[in-house]
Design a protein around this ligand. Structure first.
Ligand SMILES: C[S@@+](CC[C@H](N)C(=O)[O-])C[C@H]1O[C@@H](n2cnc3c(N)ncnc32)[C@H](O)[C@@H]1O
Length: 242
């Protein structure tokens, strides 16, 4: 039965048909009606996670759906790097939290920390609030740091940011299913992809605690430019791993 599901997914163009079939079975078991719905959604190019309504990321399972960025396995290194950078962090902020996947994962790894997620997009915020209720973090709506309550100024020990960082001219390189079903706001980073990082760095110093640090992720080819932007600032850069 699994084999025939793999074959059907492959026939509609799913490159990772085996993994997708296993995930469909994990979520819906042998419920053929739900399975048919997922195959139909995949035939229409809807991302698997949006169709299933759930995504696995860094040891947590979060609710996702139409209009929200799908958490990427390549960003799990960001969670590892952040925890390694400040294992004793008490106040943690996830800038551009999307569904809240990073905030949720950090919550399981830093159980003593108070965790805040920030996003501007109402669709993302709806999922973030749902996942926050499950994983115990707080969600704020607004533009980067401006979304946070003022009493967090100078108290953020760890800021984690998987920022939009795809250069505008390269947006078409994002795999088609994601490109069609995720908003530009979640991925587009301006001409060199680093405009969101510039925006976040502008107010960084007033939000970090004396030992605070920003840990963020860029593409390998952006490392040089991002290092220059972060020069002399409390910034740690990671590169996504596929
Ligand atoms: C690359 S996605 C990362 C989402 C999430 N952290 C994850 O790993 O799944 C970037 C997120 O930044 C949010 N974003 C973009 N511009 C923003 C802004 N000015 N203020 C707050 N959030 C913003 C987007 O809505 C999107 O959810």
């Amino acid at each position: 039965m699994l084999d025939s599901l793999v074959a059907r997914l492959r026939a509609v163009g799913c490159v990772f048909a085996e993994e997708e079939a296993a995930e469909i079975r994990r979520v819906f078991g042998t419920d053929e009606q739900r399975t048919e719905q997922i195959v139909a959604a995949r035939t229409n190019g809807i991302p698997l996670e949006h169709a299933l309504g759930t995504a696995n990321f860094a040891g947590v399972e979060v609710a996702v759906g139409p209009g929200v960025f799908v958490p990427r396995a390549r960003a799990e290194v960001l969670v590892d790097a952040a925890v390694a950078a400040r294992p004793g962090a008490r106040v943690v902020v996830d800038l551009g939290t999307g569904s809240g996947a990073i905030a949720a994962a950090l919550g399981t790894r830093l159980p003593r920390a108070e965790i805040h997620g920030v996003d501007l997009d109402p669709a993302a915020l709806a999922y973030a609030r749902c996942n926050a209720a499950r994983y115990g973090f707080t969600v704020h709506e607004g533009d980067w740091w401006n979304a946070l309550p003022q009493d967090l100024q100078a108290r953020v020990d760890l800021a984690v940011a998987y920022l939009p960082h795809v250069p505008t001219s390269r947006l078409d390189e994002i795999p088609g299913d994601y490109r069609t079903h995720e908003p530009d706001l979640a991925v587009a980073g301006g001409p060199d992809g680093l405009d969101p990082l510039r925006a976040v760095l502008r107010d960084l110093d007033s939000w970090l605690s004396p030992d605070g640090v920003l840990v963020t992720l860029v593409a390998e080819e952006q490392l040089g430019a991002a290092r220059a932007l972060g020069q002399g600032r409390r910034v740690a850069l990671t590169v996504g791993v596929r």
